[in-house]
Design a protein around this ligand. Structure first.
Ligand SMILES: Nc1ncnc2c1ncn2[C@@H]1O[C@H](COP(=O)(O)OP(=O)(O)OP(=O)(O)O)[C@@H](O)[C@H]1O
Length: 268
């Protein structure tokens, strides 16, 4: 069986005026189709860094990444963008929706970038909105939707191109706990009924209950890994203060990058 995602000895060091930051250190990770892996850890533990590396949004300082069996680390930017688009769907804490577009137009955007034929685009947008329970809200703009609905549009956009892997970075970080549960249920259902693999970072113990595997990160390293019922039973990591604030420019830039076409491509 081809793994949906694989990282081998992944390390990422950032240079900063205060010195080097080892945000990811020798991480080995494998994700199978239909598996929901939750990455958990305190603020600054390296969750976003790891997801960025696995999703081909950033390059490791050392180590290798395979996306759907293709080694991503050796690809040039253009091929990597194509691989991302074919294999991956991204969901972000900040939703990353375009305010002037309707829900349907937001969901359609990656399909336009991929030059999917208009009839198929319509079909996939309708399917994705139906799957997230928003078929009746297609014409509404993000500002006219609740936070939970906006995140469901974000998920619809991520799955519209029928990716093999969903990468979701704190998808419920901006939602109240009841809405977060709905979004978590949706992700769990998509993974377990449609065979999509997912890597989800969260502080939310509710999502952990839906995980097939929970990976704990501390200072960029995997400190523990639990499977199945153990995963649900494991103790949540305490949060560092100051976490969970509003999205920052770096996060928004990343959301844009995940959607960006490869160089020279034009939307039609
Ligand atoms: N581009 C960057 N330049 C410098 N340091 C960075 C950069 N990106 C991340 N870091 C540092 O790497 C470490 C891990 O950051 P990361 O965002 O991956 O953590 P996280 O677990 O996702 O945190 P949070 O839960 O707060 O989002 C932190 O110390 C962070 O400051």
């Amino acid at each position: 069986m081809t793994l949906a995602l694989r990282g081998e000895k992944l390390s990422r060091t950032f240079s900063s005026p205060a010195g080097d930051v080892r945000a990811c250190v020798d991480v080995d990770i494998q994700v199978a189709p239909g598996e929901l892996v939750v990455v958990r850890g305190a603020s600054g533990a390296g969750k976003t860094t790891l997801l960025n590396l696995l999703g081909g949004l950033d390059r490791p300082t050392s180590g290798r990444v395979w996306i759907g069996g293709v080694e991503a680390t050796t690809l040039d930017e253009e091929s990597l963008a194509l691989l991302r688009r074919e294999q991956l769907g991204f969901v972000f804490q900040s939703f990353g929706l375009i305010p002037i577009l309707s829900a349907a137009e937001n969901v359609e955007l990656p399909l336009r970038i991929a030059r999917t034929a208009p009839a198929e685009r319509d079909e996939r947008v309708a399917e994705a909105l139906r799957l997230v329970g928003l078929a009746d809200h297609a014409a509404q703009r993000p500002g006219e939707l609740s936070g939970g609905q906006q995140q469901r549009v974000g998920i619809a956009r991520a799955i519209a191109a029928r990716p093999h892997v969903l990468i979701a970075d704190e998808p419920t970080g901006q939602l109240d706990s009841r809405t977060a549960t709905t979004v978590m249920d949706l992700i769990g259902e998509l993974v377990h009924t449609r065979g999509i693999a997912a890597v989800v970072s969260t502080h939310d113990p509710l999502l952990v209950q839906r995980a097939d595997r929970v990976i704990e990160l501390h200072d960029g390293r995997i400190t523990s890994e639990s499977v199945g019922t153990d995963a649900a039973a494991s103790v949540p990591v305490p949060l560092a203060s100051g976490n969970g604030g509003p999205p920052i420019t770096r996060a928004e830039a990343r959301a844009a990058r995940a959607l960006m076409p490869a160089r020279d491509e034009v939307t039609s």
